[in-house]
Each structure stands twice: as structure tokens, then as C-alpha cells.
Write a protein that binds this ligand. Structure first.
Ligand code: SF4
Length: 325
């Protein structure tokens, strides 16, 4: 759908309703960082993001879990900046707040033109990647797509560092939750992601996601999730015990029947070169230890990866239209 046509349709819609959540940006406490900052006029919060649509790529992604990609792929929207600054981040080109991402700022009409171009090819799901710091923008995109007559499944693909009250407000808007659950150890949360409170925050947020959609995954004709949740956990080198504690927490406090994507695809970026653990790839025996623990905990639904999968998951966001190809 062309931008001019999109603008015409949206102009007839109540703008106050479309942007009704932007008020929260005037004193931003959207995420657990609680910066209390005015994002309508400055980019002074931890995430260095204002009220703009700052997106590094909108593309068809076929490399997600089978139920997320389905047969045709998902239209993923990769937001820049992030409310977590994981030192090993595999998407560091777009997530590090110290970098200048101003070239990724887009007008809403341009965002919608790219998304609708993909949806018009028969793609049935839209994924918001790293959305925790831009929830008001996410809501505008969802509302606008509905106004334009599109009804894809909306997937919330977050790092898990989300506030419960914000996730609660997404009920009825988001169809599929795809959160990370990274750490159960405060010290690791502090050292790797500047977030010692990550374990409790992520647990509470994921519990709320589970309350909304449960553990069953409803598939469409393309074998793609249109409702449900998958929890992702990336096993980090030298941190198998943290991974086992995360799985234990999921089984004990949420449900052993949730689909888990247990990932081995870690590769060290140059930012962590020389780090005792993060500077190397994962060892087979480390990953196997976590896979065995998952079985012992009675978690039987989900996916594990081949250990050499790290060779296939190195996005390059300089290639904006095809970062994964
Ligand atoms: S969304 Fe950004 S500005 Fe708002 S509280 Fe979180 S890090 Fe701070």
C-alpha cells in the first residue's frame, strides 16, 4: 500500500486515539529502568530513544522457531536501541545505545508501507523485535494496520525485561509472546546486562504473558502461531548452571508445559573478545548438560539447536532489507 494512500486513510481516523499511548512518553517509566524522563522532547533516558519510529530493518524472517516463521516467514520489525545493554548482544549493531541510530528514524507512513508490502505477499504475522522501550510506537503500528484492514498475528519478541503493568495493557493486542528468559542469577544480570533485578522482573513479566495466552500454541494454515507463547533461552558459554536455574524456575513457577526454545547459537562479538566465558563459543558438553536438565524437569515441548548453528545466525544490519541472508 502506497504512503499517500496510507496517509489518506489514517487522516480520517482520530489521531488522538491512534497516538493515545504517547502521553506515557512525557514522563517515561515504561520499563524497569524507570528513567522518569520526557521522551517527547529529549532522548535522555537509558534507552536513548524519543517518540520516533526508529527501525533498522523491516523484513521477512524465515529463521525463527518453526511455529514463529511458519511456512512463509514472519514480517519482523527490528527496533533500534534497547532497554538492556547485554555486552555480548548478537544484534549489537542496532541495540547499543552508545551508537548513533538517527539514520533509522522513519515516518509512520513509511513503516506501514513496508509492512503492508510484505503482508500483501501472503505473510500472516508481524513480529516486534526488542519492543520493550517502544511500546507506544508498537501500539500505533498495530492500531494503524487494523485501520488499514490488515489482521496479522502480532508477536511480541522481547528480552524479558518488561514491566508487568505494561504487558497487562497489551492484552488483546498481542497474540503471541516470544520473550527471552536470560538469567536467574543477579550477579550475571548485573555483569552481562547492567540489570541485577532481571531474574524477578523477567519472571513476573513472563507470568503475565502466560496468564494472557497460556501454554498451548494455536496454529494457522501455514503452521504459524496465531496465539500462544514460546520462551527463548540462549545458553551462554561458562554459564550452564544459570541456564539450568532458568529452566527450573520456568517449570516450578510458571509451567513445564510451555514451549521452550533452547538456543546454542551464541557467537562472541568483538565487544567481548578476550572475556573468560563470553569470548568463546559454547562447548558441546555444556549445552548437553542443559538439554539433559530440561528433560529431567519434564519440559518436553519446544526446540533445541545443533551446536554448529552459531555459524548460521550472524545478522548484518548493514544489509537493511536482508540482514539474515
Ligand atoms: S523505556 Fe527508555 S526512557 Fe523509558 S524507562 Fe525504559 S529505558 Fe528509561
Amino acid at each position: 500500500m502506497e504512503q499517500k494512500h496510507i496517509a489518506n486513510i489514517l487522516d480520517q481516523y482520530d489521531q488522538n486515539e491512534l497516538y493515545s499511548d504517547f502521553e506515557a512518553l512525557s514522563v517515561c517509566n515504561l520499563c524497569p529502568r524507570n528513567c522518569n524522563t520526557d521522551r517527547l522532547h529529549r532522548k535522555s533516558g537509558y534507552c536513548k530513544t524519543g517518540s520516533e519510529f526508529k527501525i533498522s530493518s523491516i523484513c521477512i524472517h524465515r529463521g525463527e522457531e518453526p511455529v514463529i516463521s511458519g511456512r512463509k516467514g514472519i514480517c519482523n520489525i527490528f527496533f533500534t536501541n534497547c532497554n538492556l545493554q547485554c555486552k555480548y548482544c548478537q544484534n549489537h549493531q542496532i541495540s547499543f545505545n552508545c551508537l548513533d541510530h538517527s539514520r533509522d528514524e522513519m515516518r509512520l507512513e513509511a513503516v506501514l508501507e513496508q509492512i503492508t508490502h510484505i503482508l500483501d505477499q501472503g505473510i500472516k504475522a508481524v513480529g516486534f523485535v526488542s519492543p520493550s522501550h517502544v511500546i507506544p510506537q508498537v501500539k500505533v503500528i498495530i492500531r494503524a494496520l487494523k485501520v488499514l484492514g490488515y489482521k496479522p498475528a502480532f508477536v511480541y519478541n522481547s528480552n524479558g525485561y518488561d514491566k508487568v503493568e505494561e504487558i497487562r495493557k497489551l492484552e488483546g493486542l498481542i497474540d503471541v509472546y516470544l520473550p527471552d528468559f536470560k538469567y536467574m542469577d543477579k550477579d550475571i544480570g548485573r555483569e552481562y546486562s547492567d540489570a541485577p533485578d532481571y531474574p524477578q522482573i523477567a519472571l513476573n513479566a513472563i507470568k503475565e504473558m502466560y496468564r494472557q495466552v497460556g501454554s498451548s500454541i494455536l496454529l494457522n494454515d501455514d503452521e504459524q502461531a496465531e496465539r500462544g507463547m514460546v520462551i527463548r533461552h540462549l545458553v551462554l558459554p561458562g554459564n550452564a548452571q544459570n541456564s539450568i536455574k532458568v529452566l527450573q524456575e520456568i517449570a516450578d513457577k510458571i509451567s513445564p508445559h510451555i514451549n521452550i526454545s533452547l538456543m546454542s547459537q551464541y557467537y562472541p562479538t568483538y565487544h567481548v573478545a578476550g572475556h573468560k566465558f563470553l569470548g568463546r563459543i559454547l562447548r558441546r558438553k555444556e549445552y548437553q548438560l542443559v538439554v539433559d536438565a530440561m528433560e529431567d524437569l519434564g519440559i518436553n515441548d519446544g526446540w533445541i539447536q545443533d551446536l554448529d548453528s552459531y555459524e548460521n545466525y550472524r545478522p548484518d544490519f548493514e544489509r537493511k532489507d536482508h540482514p539474515f541472508e
